[in-house]
Design a protein around this ligand. Structure first.
Ligand SMILES: NC(=O)c1ccc[n+]([C@@H]2O[C@H](COP(=O)([O-])OP(=O)(O)OC[C@H]3O[C@@H](n4cnc5c(N)ncnc54)[C@H](OP(=O)(O)O)[C@@H]3O)[C@@H](O)[C@H]2O)c1
Length: 578
């Protein structure tokens, strides 16, 4: 087709899309694009928007300066843990602890369920602690999770008391060191395990009261012999365990009568591995220590944990741990380092530089990240043809991206069980879904549709997916078929364009679903191709006018929609495959 534009003749051409360019954003977070492939970490745009930020009660926004890696993150990234997936965005959020500043500029450190490897994060106040003046923010990032885990396990679950004997596995790890600090301070006898000579030397240097008699090997079960010898066959009152399989079994055998086993490793729990019941004849107990449970637990439980850690900080029990710091551009290297198991203490990612002053309202740190599409829950989204195959998919996609006010236009409303099923699901997410029966092939119908959406909320995006097919080879086409096929595409788009210019002044997106039938031309689809072409030209004109306008030429879609319904088996269409 010849195209005359800007005084020149040309034609439409398909060109490869350029690679996605990153943009500077206020909220960026790390995402692993392919689980298991550590080279696929990317900074991507997050959904926190400073203009429309709505904090839940009890929540605080924190600007992150350091984020700390944990084994949970490694297990998520390497696909060894069930997916830590954000259902709303289909993203893998990573990072559970951080240090930084709140909006008043106070230095804070905290724990979140996920998403702390980021520039900003919303955090529940009960999981946020003030950073003591004599610590740097780098120090602070080594503290929250390991101490919260150790206190939760030892004090809240294990009921540790002065004089208890405690076996702490992997003593040079973050939780290991936190637990040793807590136990020594509480007047307990401590035994620990390490995997290398270097780590053994570290323990002896860091905790002079621990000698070789207190330190076993974490790579085999010889620690059992050590514990039994050193405790004269009694065993220990508490085991803080992170070892697996036969080492877990040996650790259980280390328990003294009425001892408490505190399992912080996840390997055997996820593997549903068994333990012999006989050990319980000693009156011992086995506890899965799930800090995640505190996140969804009662306020009292959270507050207790908060206060226990806060007291530990003010009493000087909580001490920052040794750490290795990577810049934010080296997240892959940080994870690789962590997976070698060679590190002592914590592995941190620095997001930004700490200022010299103790209180500084943080200037937003803009991070280069891949853009993501998010909806604003306060605005409305119109989908013409929203009850069709593709329309239902798009509506679900928008809801997952935050849309909570949808107007789906249709000629006849909900007809199938599947449509009502999806409505129920979206409503269960808190979305309001209105079905508009206004006739969008007329101007008055489009006016009614836009008014309905405006009554719901300011319109953020309009998508036109409506379609009626009247396919036939040209000799068999009639004028009436052309008119029918033009209605929901060419005419509706024309009215939507004209009226939205007046009625939707804040529109962010105007999208039409066109087809390869327009770009390539399919036999028997002259009217359909032409109507798609009209929609595309309307979008071009809108863009020339500085308005949003996007036409997507979809190829044949094999999973949902009209084609999937009419084709018994998938065939090529005009040289393209669904
Ligand atoms: N499927 C594919 O392979 C494919 C390929 C390329 C492009 N596309 C484009 O994608 C869009 C959706 O396709 P689809 O496969 O999902 O088709 P579909 O299942 O037939 O959905 C289109 C829907 O448009 C609605 N509609 C028709 N006239 C309307 C009107 N006057 N007002 C409101 N709604 C109206 C119909 O729903 P009601 O009966 O409820 O009115 C129909 O279900 C179309 O624009 C199509 O051109 C699809």
């Amino acid at each position: 087709m010849n195209v005359y534009n800007d005084g020149k003749w040309g034609s439409y051409r398909y060109l490869p899309l350029g690679t996605c360019t990153s943009i500077a954003v206020w909220h960026a977070h790390i995402n692993i694009m392919t689980r298991g492939d550590l080279s696929s970490f990317r900074w991507i745009e997050g959904n926190l928007d400073p203009q429309s930020l709505q904090l839940e009660s009890g929540e605080v926004l924190s600007h992150i300066y350091y984020s700390s890696l944990n084994f949970k993150d490694v297990m998520t990234a390497t696909a060894r843990l069930p997916l830590e997936l954000d259902r709303h965005l289909n993203l893998h959020y990573i990072g559970v602890e951080f240090s930084g500043r709140d909006q008043e500029g106070q230095r804070v450190m905290g724990i979140v369920n996920s998403g702390a490897l980021a520039t900003v994060v919303c955090v529940d106040k009960t999981f946020l602690w003030d950073v003591p003046d004599h610590w740097t923010l780098e120090d602070a990032a080594t503290v929250p999770l390991v101490y919260a885990t150790a206190y939760y396990a030892l004090e809240m679950i294990g009921q540790m008391k002065e004089g208890d004997t405690v076996l702490i596995h992997s003593g040079t790890g973050g939780v290991g060191q936190a637990a040793i600090n807590i136990c020594l301070h509480a007047g307990c006898a401590v035994y620990t395990t390490v995997g290398t000579k270097e780590k053994r030397d570290f323990i002896k240097k860091q905790y002079p009261q621990l000698t070789d008699c207190n330190i076993g090997n974490s790579r085999d079960t010889s620690f059992e012999q050590l514990i039994m010898t050193e405790t004269n066959g009694r065993g220990v009152d508490l085991v803080l365990n992170s070892l697996s399989e036969e080492k877990l079994q040996a650790s259980i055998r280390c328990l003294a009568p009425r001892g408490r086993f505190l399992e912080i490793g996840k390997f055997d729990l996820i593997g549903n591995n068994t333990i012999g019941m006989e050990v319980f004849l000693k009156g011992v107990s086995f506890h899965g220590v799930m800090l995640d449970a505190v996140f969804v637990g009662s306020y009292e439980m959270k507050k207790t944990l908060h206060d226990v850690v806060a007291q530990g900080i003010s009493a000087g029990v909580v001490q920052p741990l040794p750490r290795t710091v990577f810049p934010h551009s080296k997240v892959e290297q940080a994870f690789r380092y962590m997976t070698t198991g060679k590190h002592i203490g914590k592995v941190l990612v620095q997001i930004r530089q700490e200022e010299d002053n103790k209180v500084v309202v943080p200037v937003p740190r803009l991070m280069k990240a891949y853009p993501q599409y998010f909806c604003n829950p306060s605005y409305s989204y119109i989908i013409a043809g929203g009850l069709g195959g593709f329309g239902l998919e798009l509506a679900g996609w928008l809801v997952l991206r935050g849309a909570r006010k949808l107007v789906l236009s249709s000629r006849s409303g909900v007809k199938t069980g599947y449509q009502s099923f999806l409505m129920r699901i979206w409503r269960s997410y808190g979305a309001t879904v209105i079905i508009s029966l206004a006739n969008i092939t007329t101007k008055s119908g489009v006016r009614a549709l836009l008014s309905e959406a405006n009554r719901l909320a300011q319109v953020d995006a309009i998508f036109n997916l409506a379609m009626v097919l009247r396919d036939a080879v040209l000799e068999n086409q009639t004028e009436a078929d052309f008119v029918t096929s033009a209605g929901p595409k060419a005419l509706a788009t024309c009215h939507l364009d004209e009226l939205s210019r007046q009625m939707c002044p804040h529109l962010r997106h105007f999208v039409v679903f066109s087809s390869l039938s327009c770009g390539r031309g399919y036999a028997g689809q002259t009217n359909y191709g032409m109507n798609n072409s009209v929609m595309e030209r309307i979008c071009e004109a809108r863009v020339r006018d500085g308005l949003p306008g996007l036409a997507v030429q979809w190829g044949a879609v094999g999973d949902v929609g009209l084609l999937a319904e009419v084709q018994e088996k998938q065939q090529g269409i005009g040289g393209t495959l669904p």
